[in-house]
Design a protein around this ligand. Structure first.
Ligand code: IPE
Ligand code: IPE
Ligand code: MG
Length: 239
């Protein structure tokens, strides 16, 4: 792998991706939007392999947002079935790569039971892996996550004076997950679309015109190079 220009001692610990542009990729080819989602599988696995090979410890991918229920019912149904089949077909491969699979999002009634079961099986099957954690944000919304954290705090009877950033973080979906250092969004859109609102307070954002089905590990490495050119100050002064 061409690590040219990448300083492996300063890798982003956590990379998060908004996998966007599947529909446009398909439309450009005269295909159905759903063919674009299917083509995104290769991009996802190439990115996962690339991240594992380069030594990234956490990769989070946005697969379905709490707003994506607004899509036509056929597309939503396709995405549910497709994600289930992806787990059925490829979880062994992820396991063999040393990837721990996790999910982030709401387990509400709209997510088919069979898919929830498959998600649970995939998590259990790969729970022992530590090479990299792949978090799949599914039926995920950043606002929903914060709402759920606040609800959990209230249900625990937390007094107002004890509600601080640490307490909120402790009630996010995965409190042990480090904040993303780098967020990549494909398809030329410059927005966050309700992804990881709490966690990306100080993330470096990289936008690329590449449509998700065309994304490959080389694009991931390019984003890491861009990340390494940035000067992160966290509100302080540069070193
Ligand atoms: C991203 O691709 C995948 C999901 C949101 C599920 P899109 O389906 O949003 O593709 P575009 O943005 O319409 O091209
Ligand atoms: C964000 O993409 C959600 C996922 C990639 C799963 P969208 O395509 O849903 O975002 P908008 O609608 O362009 O903001
Ligand atoms: Mg989109």
């Amino acid at each position: 792998m061409d690590l040219d220009g990448i300083d492996t001692t300063r890798l982003p610990v956590h990379i998060a991706c908004v996998m966007d542009g599947n529909g446009r990729w398909a439309q450009k080819r005269g295909l159905r939007r759903t063919d674009g989602h299917a083509a995104g599988e290769e991009a996802l696995f190439d990115a996962v392999e690339g991240a594992v090979d380069v030594g990234v410890k956490w990769l989070t991918v946005y697969a379905f947002s709490t707003e994506n229920w607004r899509r036509p019912v056929d597309e939503v149904r396709f995405l549910m079935n497709f994600n289930e089949s992806l787990l059925v077909r490829r979880v062994d491969e992820l396991d063999a790569m040393g990837v721990r699979v996790r999910f982030s999002g709401r387990r509400d009634w709209r997510v088919p039971k069979r898919l929830l079961k498959r998600m649970d099986d995939s998590v259990a099957r790969t729970a022992h892996n530590r090479r990299m954690t792949l978090t799949i944000a599914f039926n995920y919304g950043g606002r929903a996550e914060i709402v759920d954290a606040v609800r959990a705090l209230m249900e625990a009877g937390t007094p107002a004076a004890k509600v601080d950033e640490k307490a909120i973080r402790a009630h996010l979906y995965h409190p042990d997950m480090p904040d993303p250092d780098l967020v990549i969004r494909t398809s030329g859109e410059f927005r966050i679309s309700n992804f990881l609102l709490w966690e990306l307070a100080y993330s470096e954002l990289v936008f690329t015109d590449v449509l998700w089905p065309d994304f490959r590990r080389g694009h991931l490495l390019e984003a890491i190079r861009e990340f390494q050119r940035r000067d992160r100050r966290f509100g302080g002064l540069e070193n």
